[in-house]
Design a protein around this ligand. Sequence first.
Ligand code: PLP
Length: 440
Amino acid sequence: MGKLTGTQVQELHRDHVLQSWGKAGQMAIPVAKAEGIYLYDYEGNKYADMSSLLVCTNLGHDNKEIVAALKEQADWMSFMAPSYATEAKSVLAKKLVDLAGPSFRRVFFTNSGAESNENAIKMARMVTGRTKIFSCYRSYHGATLGASNASGDARRFAAELGGANGFVKFMNPHMYQDGYTRGVDDEVCTNNYLKALEQQIRYEGPNQIAAILMESIVGANGVILPPEGYMEGVRALCDKYGILLIMDEVMAGFYRTGTAFGWQHFDLVPDMITFAKGVTNAYVPLGGVIVNEQISSYFEENVLQCGLTYSGHTLACAVGNACVDYYEAHNIGAHVVEMEAILKDFMETMVEKHACVGEARCIGLFSAFEMVKDKENRVSLVDYNEPNTAMPAIMNQLKEKGFIAFNRDNYVSICPPLTITKEELAEYLPIVDEVFTWVD
Ligand code: PLP
């Protein structure tokens, strides 16, 4: 344990840390311990972490098998530069390629999701000789300059000020917000969106478009499940116009949705996969880009103009190996599917019961409630880009009752560690019901 009191930790944070996506000078929960699905503050208050923090600690907190792998590697060798081969890096690259499937061949390692997308964008431009990158409005790809410009939600605005060339946005479907009925209107919704995308591709000049970058399942913008056939249609457009498809699996990857990667729910294979978060259970920073045979062979003939001092960091790769082994040895995918049934059931009950819940979406342990103020007309509880006080109040109510959820805009997102048990779900989900009753 540390040497300071909780208050001292909070005050130092308040006075000296610039807070991500927040104003400096705020008091944050001082976390003294994290274990399983729980966080504990310095006073011993216990919170169920139903967010996996930023949807990244897929295997829970203080997972001893993973910590042991980190310690073992640190005792042997902590760091080697990217141009050297290490057992940890070579073995992890092979495991990731195997996890992605037979079309894939090599991995470029990074330290975060944003860096993974940055480097995938650079590679797509090098391989195709084209510059434009298409990405969705309803998306988030990271906060570095390029990844921010590729992101669609309002967090891109600060990065757009100075500009970065070649980023084009297209609108991706959100069946609920667009007024469609899931299971009834999928075909018409898919056709409308694909038609609009194809027109945009034509107007932007297909031979200038290097790649379409998309999340397989849009995460931070509300776990948006695409209509049937949409993702396959985007793949078909990529094939038609010689555009590469980069699938951002930073949040949806590593069994969050029940399969190793989110795109495996669709009948398609991307050209590149970007990943981070769950690969190391977030214990140490690691991300990367898994590339297919074609891209891989291009870089046998041409120099890869990408580099990071910490690419393939030895400690991070050792943790990555331990995590991939853990997912497989503990059959996490099958466990997620079992827990999904319980979570889905609960969410459907909440839609029926509460006026404030418009829709519930759930795939694996990746889920979101769409909060509304007028259910009949599907009017969101918050106006996009307007000051949002309703949602912080809901999140605060949940937190006061020991339940930490993930949130953005008008979504309450439940994304617990994938190791959560049915007993833990049964104990904590009723808190959501209580808080929604208070909102109603
Ligand atoms: N891509 C997706 C889909 C994400 O959800 C995130 C972060 O939440 C990122 C990229 C950026 O990852 P990082 O914060 O590690 O840069």
